[in-house]
Unconditional design. Structure first.
Length: 120
């Protein structure tokens, strides 16, 4: 089984995230994530693992080096991951603007269920 720090490094590499970007997405300090990696932590507190899981959109099973139990149909397309990463990097005004713009786009461009089935 892999240690927590190496799993975290692998995830950051896959997602193309720096430590500061990942820390911001997880609601943790840069020093917390940096410490996990530099000290080669084998485990972390559940609260920290949960924040990382939520912030990086990965399961607790994956963070713990276990086979993922749930279906993989919740995996994001790379474009969706980039949108989420970019959104998380915005300040509150930028996020508000994007959410308002998204609402207008959904009202104008929302796909019908029939179109979604054809693409799947």
């Amino acid at each position: 089984m892999m240690d927590f720090y190496s799993i975290l490094q692998e995830i950051l590499s896959e997602k193309g995230l720096s430590i500061p970007e990942a820390a911001r997405a997880c609601g943790l300090s840069d020093s917390t994530l940096r410490s996990i990696i530099t000290r080669k932590n084998k485990t972390v507190a559940l609260e920290v693992a949960m924040k990382i899981s939520k912030g990086l959109c990965v399961s607790l099973e994956r963070l713990n080096g276990m086979k993922e139990l749930g279906p993989k149909n919740n995996a994001m397309h790379p474009d969706e991951e980039k949108l989420l990463k970019d959104f998380r990097s915005l300040n509150s005004e930028g996020k508000k603007y994007i959410l308002q713009t998204m609402q207008m786009a959904v009202m104008t461009y929302k796909e019908t269920p029939a179109a979604q089935k054809r693409e799947a």
